[in-house]
Design a protein around this ligand. Structure first.
Ligand SMILES: Cc1cc2nc3c(=O)[nH]c(=O)nc-3n(C[C@H](O)[C@H](O)[C@H](O)COP(=O)(O)OP(=O)(O)OC[C@H]3O[C@@H](n4cnc5c(N)ncnc54)[C@H](O)[C@@H]3O)c2cc1C
Length: 529
């Protein structure tokens, strides 16, 4: 028996919860999350939320800062919407109970981050995402119309293929529950809010759930996907086998941290940029990547030892304590760091109301490509995007539901065919490791046509093997995620291969210059289904 809702939402981060809270005023909402309710990128967000809130700031400046960061590829109307609606969404969040740092006079304590020409970042200490998630989940608990399903992994979108009944409308998803059962979830409207895909790369700041499931499902169903070549890498993540995704804030370099080679201890950033360690994020990430490739070292070092223990403990309490947990005392030894996949600027193409190219399917938050970020994301614009489009998408969805969309009653149950339990789990671990490593080495921070071709050839083979495994054995979360990172990797390679220039986050040695004449447009792909 299918579970039916007016609004079916995949994802419990800032985007999914924004949507759920607003949609619950109009109908029933089912929210699926892959693990716990709060696990996702949102809860790990440290810096804050960008919004124009001070008298000496203007919407125009925030718009311009966003477009400069995005290397001109942004959709200006989307940037305008996001920036202008940001302050109201922020205030709604506060009204919901979210608490942010304030000054003695009660005003927000606005901070500034790279690329912002004004102080406009609202934050809750260095755990902003946790506070956003806490406040939103508490608000959801007040609503009788919202039902959560945890440990519920959406596998694939269900699309009506009969042109006479709905013309290929997305009607819901098949979902793997923690019991191993596969259930059918149905929605008058289906919303992807599944976040990013950092796990496609060997090193990432993202948690384990970030396997790009939304992009992969939408791609398989034939939706338009854009700009996937623009993956943002954070320059410094803790390098330690057990510290999967701990971010070492850029503030450490701001406070005098020096990057050194692991093998010789030599500084290198001055060879790449006059500002050395204070160069823009992408320059630092590229320099570290180049030095790691040149020396064969697995990481570089971030040296803070000259600043003294008292200062470090006071200024960076969380980072200090976490490094200590991994036996690194940053007061006496440099921190081993690597760049890490951090934010997916591309995604499922969606419009100003979150509508995708597939009828009945919406995409919001990091999984979506609204055009806000263009070729590179301005810091702290992503929580903002989730708030604004999570809210805006409801208007579109409600209007659609009011046209009389009926819940389908005759969807086929999941057909396991002749699948049997797997006796070859090694296929999963082998392919998982191989994809993430090849993406890191060939489709990472610096690309070339040759590297992309190598990646494509290997991925074609791996995807074939994974497809075979997927149909032969009973579905598990591991195989769902493996299939998804393989499909997302494929989409990234295809987008990156098409762009014959270097812009924003896409840097290729074959075409090191920006080419506004030929390439000032998005890279859109769609699979024929
Ligand atoms: C370490 C870190 C620091 C950051 N700092 C900042 C910052 O300071 N400011 C800022 O603006 N941005 C920051 N970001 C980026 C920002 O956190 C994310 O872009 C944003 O939170 C994404 O929200 P979302 O709702 O789209 O997705 P997420 O918060 O990632 O939520 C995704 C949800 O989808 C669910 N899901 C995924 N796949 C499935 C599936 N198959 N079935 C069912 N459910 C599924 C997950 O369980 C989860 O609930 C940071 C990111 C990281 C990782």
């Amino acid at each position: 028996m299918a579970r039916s809702f007016d609004f079916l939402v995949m994802g419990g981060g800032v985007a999914g919860l924004s949507f759920a809270l607003e949609a619950a005023k109009h109908g029933t909402v089912g929210v699926l999350t892959k693990r716990s309710r709060s696990e996702g990128n949102t809860v790990y967000a440290q810096g804050g939320i960008a919004a124009v809130l001070s008298a000496d700031d203007t919407f125009e400046r925030h718009v311009e800062d966003t477009i400069v960061a995005g290397a001109g590829l942004n959709r200006r109307e989307i940037v305008e919407i996001t920036v202008r609606e940001g302050p109201d969404r922020l205030k709604a969040l506060v009204a919901m109970g979210a608490e942010f740092n304030r000054r003695d006079n009660g005003e927000f304590d606005l901070t500034r981050e790279g690329g912002h020409s004004k102080r406009r970042i609202v934050h809750a200490g260095d755990v902003t995402g946790k506070e956003v998630e806490r406040a939103m989940l508490a608000a959801c608990d007040e609503s009788k119309n919202i039902a959560f399903f945890t440990d519920a992994t959406a596998i694939d979108l269900i699309r009506d293929r009969g042109p006479s009944i709905g013309g290929g409308r997305v009607q819901g998803v098949y979902v793997l529950r923690d019991s191993g059962a596969i259930e059918t979830f149905v929605g008058k409207v289906t919303v992807l809010a599944t976040g990013g895909a950092g796990k496609v790369y060997l090193y990432t700041s993202n948690p384990d759930v970030a396997t790009g499931d939304g992009v992969a499902m939408a791609y398989r169903a034939g939706a338009r996907i854009a700009n996937m070549e623009f993956y943002q890498f954070h320059p410094t993540c803790l390098f330690h086998p057990d510290a999967k995704s701990f971010l070492i804030s850029e503030a450490l370099r701001g406070e005098g941290g020096k990057l050194r080679l692991r093998s010789t201890g030599e500084r290198f950033m001055q060879r790449y940029h006059p500002l050395a360690e204070l160069a823009p994020r992408d320059v630092v990430a590229r320099a570290i990547d180049a030095e790691m490739k040149r020396t064969g070292d697995e990481c570089v070092l971030l040296d803070m030892t000259h600043l003294g223990k008292a200062y470090l403990v006071e200024r960076f309490p969380t980072i200090y304590a976490t490094c200590r947990e991994f036996t690194v005392d940053m007061a006496v030894q440099p921190i081993p760091v690597v760049p890490a996949a951090h934010y997916m600027c591309g995604g499922v193409v969606s419009d100003e109301h979150g509508r995708t190219s597939l009828p009945g399917l919406y995409a919001i938050g990091e999984v979506a490509c609204t055009g806000l970020h263009g070729a590179n994301r301005l810091a702290s614009n992503s929580l903002l995007e989730g708030l604004v489009f999570g809210h805006r998408a409801v208007a579109g969805a409600v209007a659609e539901v009011q046209t009389g969309v009926k819940l389908p009653t005759d969807l086929p149950e999941w057909d396991p065919g002749s699948a049997v339990p797997s006796d070859e789990m090694v296929v999963i671990s082998q392919n998982w490791e191989e994809i993430r490593r090849l993406m890191w080495n060939y489709v990472g921070i610096v690309r070339t046509g040759k590297r992309l071709d190598r990646a494509r050839r290997r991925l074609d083979m791996l995807r074939e093997e994974i497809r075979d495994y997927y149909w032969r054995y009973q579905v598990t979360r591991d195989v769902i995620e493996l299939r998804n990172i393989a499909d997302v990797a494929h989409v990234i390679v295809e987008c990156a291969s098409r762009r014959k220039e270097s812009r924003g986050l896409h840097y290729t040695l074959d075409y090191p210059e920006i080419d506004d004449h030929n390439w000032l447009h998005e890279t859109v792909i769609a699979r024929a289904v």
